[in-house]
Design a protein around this ligand. Structure first.
Ligand code: OFO
Length: 172
């Protein structure tokens, strides 16, 4: 049976993961509306990924005999100055999520919930990747500046990204 405090905090994180997905879906819409379908695709896949991050926690709470409590999803931004502003926010947001995962890990250590420590390790690794991806794309967009040909090529490159649910293989 999962500890009550741990359960409450993981439920809050489910909400944060779904909120992240909602934010990225909003960013995907912005890119579609600004004729950058590759970036829209990339953000749409981020949205799908965030949903799987939340669902992995949802399944875990049930596996430990606990209760999932879904909370309302707060509103997200819908407009940005440009792609650089979007990726600055993405990077900042992922850093915040990393700190939320670290806080969950602190609680798990404090109450000596070894199963949850093990479970959260997947998120610790995932956050390294999430921050690196956002940082890389922010750097590329800053380098591109006003070079529309380079932007077109990067957009084309990002249209090739496909969604893979990495939470499922990790649970086998
Ligand atoms: Fe769930 O990794 Fe981004 O927020």
């Amino acid at each position: 049976m999962i500890n009550e405090r741990m359960q409450k905090e993981i439920n809050e994180q489910i909400n944060a993961e779904f909120w992240s997905g909602y934010l990225y879906l909003s960013m995907s819409a912005w890119f579609t509306q600004h004729n950058l379908p590759g970036f829209a695709n990339w953000m749409y896949i981020q949205y799908q990924e965030e949903f799987t991050h939340g669902m992995k926690m949802y399944r875990y709470i049930h596996e430990r005999g606990g209760e999932v409590t879904l909370k309302p999803i707060a509103k997200v931004d819908t407009n940005w100055k440009d792609g650089v502003a979007i990726f600055k926010q993405t990077l900042e947001h992922e850093r915040k999520v990393t700190s939320l995962i670290n806080k969950l890990m602190d609680t798990a250590h404090e109450i000596r919930d070894y199963a949850t420590i093990n479970f959260l390790n997947w998120y610790v690794d995932e956050q390294v990747e999430e921050e690196a991806n956002a940082e890389e794309l922010l750097g590329k967009l800053q380098m591109i500046g006003k070079d529309t040909a380079a932007l077109y090529n990067l957009d084309k490159e990002l249209s090739a990204r496909v969604f893979v649910d990495s939470t499922l293989s990790a649970e086998e």
